[in-house]
Design a protein around this ligand. Structure first.
Ligand code: AMP
Ligand code: MG
Length: 436
């Protein structure tokens, strides 16, 4: 990524990325946007703590935490080391799992003290993506009644990021359809991997369908469909099992920005793709994880049955699914049995599962396929926390090690075995909030 951006690992890049070069050799600007936050419309948000450094070779460079801008609204424009490291690790972890996400090039520590509940170390995350456009950018121009600018923004977005819809009879509707599909796929991936975003406001929704603006996110440990990772989310609006519905709710907010050109019917038709695309993607992910070939909607009760058993047993989501990589679907003695065997209905579920999988062919091959679909290593909150605490003491070793391990989640090297266990009980005490 650095190479594609023309950046070398040297002092000049460091002074560019830390924002300390004066004047900055790249263009630098902050953008206005608005958005629906926790259901209510906020008319003016914007890059309050971020700076765009423009685009090179199709990638935009963005500094998060670089200081105040005209959109800071009384905030200090800073980010703390803890949140910068979390965003860095999460973007790289999701990318290597195969989930669409913005990327992170670096975390740059700062001497500037930053006050949150206590004094913390400041830092910048260097974020990279083909586009930093959010649903909220489009909402801003609609609600400020700047239709010409809104249309110019949509056309520019299509030209640069969705050229394939240009040939369609109605490019704006085709564009909405494309955003609907990308969003649906990403949300399906979150559901399949137990990822909870935490703040799915429309200003945190990427127009490219990438996972965007990491805050109080978490990969689930114990499986709990109603899990709320963000302690500031008192109503559970962004609970894990609410994410599919919220994705569609946000797409409705985006669709509204096309009302100057389209009536309800066209917009509803575009939005109606969301559910089938999401389900198809979820089935493809979960089918691969469980070894259900060509999973269809008829398999949803089987998949849901396993999830219900996992929730009832209170087992770890990722590590339980990883056992499919050592499981023999022809046997009655598998790594899944000690985890779920005591649950009422398990034997019935197992019989249905065996009947559905049938003859898996060569077992080692079948298991290797399951290993490729079920990560052995995910970014657990306590792992990030340990890396953060070391970095706050000036030791970046654990962070670098965790980052290396997360680059190979499906076949981690044995030296990273210590990162693979279920979460320790103390990790439940870590609280994540909007300041995370
Ligand atoms: P976020 O919670 O990071 O999605 O941010 C929501 C809005 O608040 C965005 O407009 C941010 O730019 C702004 N914001 C968040 N933290 C700060 C801060 N420390 N200083 C200024 N603006 C901020
Ligand atoms: Mg945001």
């Amino acid at each position: 990524m650095g190479q594609r951006l023309g950046l070398e690992q040297n002092d000049a890049s460091l002074s560019l990325l830390s924002g300390s070069a004066s004047p900055l050799p790249w263009p630098s600007f902050a953008q206005v946007y608005s958005g629906h936050q926790f259901g209510g419309y906020t008319p003016r948000l914007g890059d309050g703590r971020g700076l765009h450094l423009g685009e090179r070779n199709g990638l935009e460079l963005f500094l998060k935490g670089s200081g105040p801008t005209p959109y800071s609204r009384g905030g200090d424009g800073r980010a703390v080391l803890r949140s910068a490291i979390r965003e860095f690790l999460a973007s790289e972890a999701l990318h290597h799992l195969g989930i669409a996400t913005t990327r992170a090039l670096a975390v740059i520590g700062s001497e500037t003290p930053v006050w949150r509940e206590t004094q913390e170390t400041g830092a910048i995350t260097v974020r990279v993506s083909p586009s930093h456009l959010r649903f909220g950018h489009f909402e801003y121009f609609l609600y400020t009644r700047q239709e010409e600018k809104l249309e110019a923004l949509i056309e520019d977005t299509i030209q640069h990021h969705f050229p394939e819809v240009n040939g369609e009879g109605d490019p704006k509707l085709a564009w909405l359809r494309a955003v609907v599909a990308r969003t649906a796929e990403t949300v399906a991936d979150w559901q399949a991997f137990g990822f909870c975003h935490g703040v799915l406001n429309s200003d945190n929704m990427s127009i490219l369908g990438e996972t965007f603006d990491y805050g109080p996110f978490a990969f689930m440990n114990t499986f709990n469909p109603g899990y709320v990772c963000n302690h500031s989310d008192h109503e559970g609006r962004y609970a894990f099992d609410q994410q599919p519905g919220i994705g569609l709710w946000n797409l409705n907010r985006l669709a509204v920005t096309l009302t100057p050109w389209h009536d309800d019917e066209g917009l509803k038709a575009a939005l109606s793709d969301y559910e089938p695309v999401l389900i198809a993607r979820y089935l493809s992910r979960m089918g691969a994880r469980l070894g259900i070939e060509e999973a269809t909607a008829a398999d949803l009760p089987l998949i849901g049955g396993l999830l219900n058993l996992m929730a009832a047993a209170g087992v770890d989501y990722s590590n339980t699914l990883r056992t499919f990589a050592q499981l023999d679907p022809g046997s009655k003695d598998t790594p899944l049995h000690p985890l779920l065997g005591q649950q009422e209905g398990f034997e019935q579920w197992w019989a249905q599962y065996q009947a559905r999988v049938g003859n898996p062919g060569t077992l080692s091959h079948w298991q290797a396929e399951r290993a490729r679909a079920n990560p052995a290593l995910i970014l657990r909150t306590h792992l990030a926390q340990q890396a953060i605490e070391a970095a706050e003491q000036g030791d970046n070793g654990p962070l670098a090690r965790l980052h290396r391990a997360l680059c190979r989640p499906y076949d981690p090297e044995p030296q990273y075995d210590d990162l693979r266990g279920d979460a320790p009980s103390w990790s439940q005490q870590i609280t994540l909030s909007c300041s995370s």
